[in-house]
Design a protein around this ligand. Sequence first.
Ligand SMILES: [Zn+2]
Length: 63
Amino acid sequence: MPKKEKTKRRQSKRYEKYKVVDGKVKRPRYCPRCGPGVLLAVSSDRAHCGKCHYTEFSGSGEK
Ligand SMILES: [Zn+2]
């Protein structure tokens, strides 16, 4: 059943891609206000906490 296999492969790839991108751009950041456990949503070059709306800009001089 190649159809079933294809679907599974696609899902796995998608999950892997997300993980790689997240780890490649920037390792998971935790909110300094909410403490460890609350992850910041990392955009292209900024991290945002959806809980306390803390925003952190990164990549200004690191690149
Ligand atoms: Zn926060």
